[in-house]
Design a protein around this ligand. Structure first.
Ligand SMILES: C[S@@+](CC[C@H](N)C(=O)[O-])C[C@H]1O[C@@H](n2cnc3c(N)ncnc32)[C@H](O)[C@@H]1O
Length: 259
């Protein structure tokens, strides 16, 4: 019996994903357009094919629904997710929006006790064990010039891409767009996520999209989101993208908006 289950599970696994020459397996239900975008930004993102695909779909949604505002990403690393947004806007022929990329461009800020992964392992301990010079380490160090170059190569108008350098706790709300159509949060820790939510959520247009990259992976991020939503009486359906990514449409009919 066990052998039969294993055999079928192997067969099903084979059917459910498409292996890339290198990198993560691509689920077969992703559209050809999204797979192409994922493949062109994979070198510059830590996220999964599912999360890049969800982002591309969210960008198409705000364009097709005429949701006004800019696209914001907090925590960009090498810029791969923002590149995916830019490429999708170009595909949609919507090049009028501004893109806002917030990052220290020096790696992670200091975590607190709340910042633990889903297994309970402390972020501080993980940072201590890993080498900041290792590009794939939890330190997530990436230089501004590299990200600027990656964004330039998408072909999106360079004068509409804003790089906001520094800790979000210090740059927000001094440097923020008036209106946001899509807000993607990916700075991992409790304090930065909480700060971003407090200052940026009220700027999200009705029907705009909120994407949280680390809801499943980092406990501090989840706490920041749960606290914010509960304190502001926001009852969002946080749709699961994959084990960690979550996405919601904010301010749809019947959903109260943060003050
Ligand atoms: C997990 S990476 C982002 C991954 C990226 N979104 C992608 O698509 O691969 C986290 C990023 O958040 C940045 N970061 C962490 N804490 C920050 C803070 N307090 N303010 C600004 N940026 C921060 C780090 O420098 C790093 O680039």
């Amino acid at each position: 019996m066990l052998r039969t289950i294993k055999k079928w599970s192997r067969r099903l696994r084979g059917k459910r994903t498409v292996a890339m020459p290198s990198g993560p397996a691509i689920p077969p239900d992703l559209s050809a357009e999204n797979v192409e975008i994922f493949q062109s930004v994979n070198h510059a993102t830590m996220t999964s094919p599912e999360r890049v695909s969800a982002l591309c779909d969210a960008v198409r949604y705000v364009v097709s629904q005429g949701i006004p505002g800019d696209l914001v990403e907090c925590g960009v690393w090498r810029g791969g997710s923002s590149m995916a947004s830019a490429l999708t806007l170009i595909e949609q022929g919507d090049m009028g929006r501004e893109l806002w990329l917030y990052d220290t461009f020096e790696g992670m800020s200091e975590p607190t006790e709340d910042d633990r992964d889903f297994l309970g392992q402390s972020a501080a301990a993980q940072l201590e064990l890993q080498d900041p010079n290792d590009p794939k380490s939890v330190w997530c160090v990436s230089q501004l010039d590299e990200v600027r170059g990656n964004m330039r190569r998408t072909g999106y108008p360079a004068d509409q891409v804003h790089f906001v350098v520094g800790k979000v706790e210090e740059t927000i709300p001094a440097q923020v767009p008036e209106t946001i159509a899509l807000l993607r949060l990916d700075t991992d820790w409790y304090e930065s996520t909480r700060h971003e939510l407090e200052h940026l959520m009220p700027r999200l247009s009705p029907g705009g999209v909120l994407i949280i990259d680390d809801y499943g992976h980092w406990q501090g991020c989840r706490r920041a989101v749960d606290e914010y939503l509960s304190e502001h009486g926001l009852h969002l359906l946080l749709h699961r993208i994959d084990y960690t990514g979550r996405m919601a449409i904010v301010g749809a009919p019947g959903v109260r908006r943060a003050a």
